[in-house]
Design a protein around this ligand. Structure first.
Ligand SMILES: [Zn+2]
Ligand SMILES: [Zn+2]
Length: 120
């Protein structure tokens, strides 16, 4: 079983939050601001050479202002491997694959595991 496969995806627009339940039962809850801060597209990451398979640690500290850029308007399945998130400022370049989203889980358990892996 691949745990990096979602079984359920919920977007809570009033709550400014997206939730993913994974095949292993783990639930990830992402604030819209975290998702936008972590947009994996080349433009947001500052060039193709900065695109990584896992989010930068600093996205977890990012504090974005509430603005059209942090309002998620649509979630589009992208093949079998991820989601394209569409934002109110029409930004839709970011393809968030399952591995990236799982690594972006902000819960304490996943953060501790990711910090240990990164040697932080
Ligand atoms: Zn982007
Ligand atoms: Zn987690």
């Amino acid at each position: 079983m691949n745990p990096e496969k979602p079984t359920n995806i919920t977007v809570n627009r009033p709550g400014l939050e997206m939730s993913i339940t994974w095949a292993d039962g783990h639930e990830s809850r992402y604030s819209f601001t975290l998702l936008r801060a972590a947009c994996p597209c080349a433009q947001c990451r500052g060039g193709h050479e900065n695109m990584k398979s896992e989010p930068d640690q600093d996205v977890f500290q990012a504090t974005l202002q509430d603005s059209p850029a942090t309002h998620l308007t649509n979630v589009v399945p992208t093949g079998a491997y991820g989601l394209t998130l569409v934002w109110e400022d029409f930004h839709d370049y970011g393809i968030y694959n399952w591995h990236y989203l799982r690594a972006l889980c902000p819960c304490p358990v996943c953060r501790a595991a990711s910090k240990a892996a990164a040697g932080v």
